[in-house]
Design a protein. Structure first.
Lengths: 112, 275
């Protein structure tokens, strides 16, 4: 439940109406074209999932950016701890042999 | 050469009538342009009205929702008014019709010119109008006028979204807090007297020619949708009341003049201005 304990603080004031609680935050994922995967594009506030999709549509697809949307409650995301990023990510830095760049590609192969 | 029997003129006339039926009387040109004008004015005035929310909506996301709807409507207005200008044949384009007519020449219905009020009032107007507008655009997409049909086919996708998002909010506000339910009910109450005007019959000749949609035919579907959404929203359908009409004939409420003053100020102060 570590991520939940870091859930975004609620109860911030919203707009000019002080005392109004913020709606929950939703992360927005957008598929730009058929065949591509959904990519994270930002977030919206919305009172529920259905309106979050509508808000995502109105905020992130106004210029024909996508063909499919996902919204996920931000509180449902479990994130890695930035304080632990050294232990998490640094060990991979000196293991360049994990990149598939040490193979000899025969001349006859164009695009691989 | 074989001789053919003589065909009596009246028999020939009867056969000709079967083979080449007389076309229905052409709907007058004036009526056709008035019809396109009315469609354009509804969209233009509501688009302008909604755009007043820009920067003032309860949340950033709603600001965008309302502005998107407003832009869709202004786009529809541009198409309908452009077509109206072409039908009129006096050289007036969409801009001339939008910015250089006075309040008495506007043919929009009274509902779209009503003030925004609070968010509940705005949403109730959007819900009542967009539900109607969507039914109208779906039917108009089958118009015998190919230009009207093309504009309506594009608009129908936009109005489907407008009607859905408005219904979503009606349900959430109606079935929300005591305050939000009271505001929704007050918004519906405000607009209910303008509902009957939406369903005033269109010009009979245009309807017969398959050019215009006859609004009374849309009423049962509209009633059913409104009732279903209000039931979900736990809101009562407002009691019937005496209808206020006259917008189609240029008899507008005081609100339209103020709206036009803001909308038309720039092109009238600087005719032909471009940027």
């Amino acid at each position: 439940m570590g991520a939940r304990s870091r859930r975004r603080a609620r109860g911030q004031t919203c707009g000019a109406q002080s005392g109004v609680k913020d709606w929950p935050l939703w992360e927005v994922f957008l598929r730009a074209r058929g065949g591509l995967s959904h990519r994270h594009v930002g977030s919206v506030h919305a009172p529920d999932a259905e309106l979050a999709v509508r808000h995502a549509r109105d905020t992130y697809t106004r210029r024909s950016e996508g063909v499919s949307l996902w919204v996920v409650p931000s509180a449902a995301i479990t994130a890695s701890d930035p304080g632990q990023s050294g232990a998490m990510f640094d060990p991979a830095d000196d293991k360049v042999y994990r990149h598939p760049t040490f193979y000899t590609i025969p001349d006859g192969i164009g695009h691989i | 050469m074989p001789s053919l029997p003589t065909i009596a003129p009246e028999v020939e006339a009867r056969a000709a009538a079967v083979l080449h039926p007389a076309p229905p009387p052409e709907p007058s040109h004036e009526r056709a342009w008035e019809y396109a004008l009315r469609l354009g004015d509804d969209a233009l005035i509501l688009g302008q009205r909604l755009s007043e929310w820009c920067g003032h909506a309860p949340a950033l996301e709603i600001d965008l929702t309302l502005a998107n709807i407003a832009l869709d409507l202004v786009g529809q207005a541009t198409s309908f008014l452009g077509h109206a200008g072409a039908l009129e044949g006096q050289g007036r384009d969409a801009d001339a019709l939008a910015f250089h007519r006075d309040v008495l020449d506007y043919a929009n219905c009274l509902m779209v010119e009503q003030p925004n009020g609070d968010f509940g009032q705005t949403i109730s107007r959007q819900f009542l109008f967009s539900t109607f507008h969507h039914l109208q655009m779906e039917a108009l997409a089958r118009s015998a006028d190919p230009t009207l049909a093309a504009i309506a086919a594009k608009a129908a996708k936009e109005t489907a979204y407008h009607a859905e998002v408005a219904a979503d909010w009606v349900i959430r506000l109606g079935d929300g807090t005591a305050d939000s339910a009271a505001r929704m009910a007050a918004g519906l109450e405000w607009h209910w007297r303008f509902v009957d005007e939406l369903f005033e019959p269109a010009d009979a000749a245009l309807v017969a020619a398959g050019i215009a949609v006859d609004p009374p035919a849309l009423r049962p579907a509209w009633d059913a949708t409104i009732a279903a959404v209000l039931a979900k929203a736990t809101l009562a359908t407002p009691a019937p009341r005496r209808a206020v009409t006259g917008g189609r004939r240029g008899h507008h409420s005081e609100h339209l003049g103020h709206l036009l003053a803001v909308m038309q100020h720039l092109p009238r102060s600087y005719p032909g201005a471009v940027w």
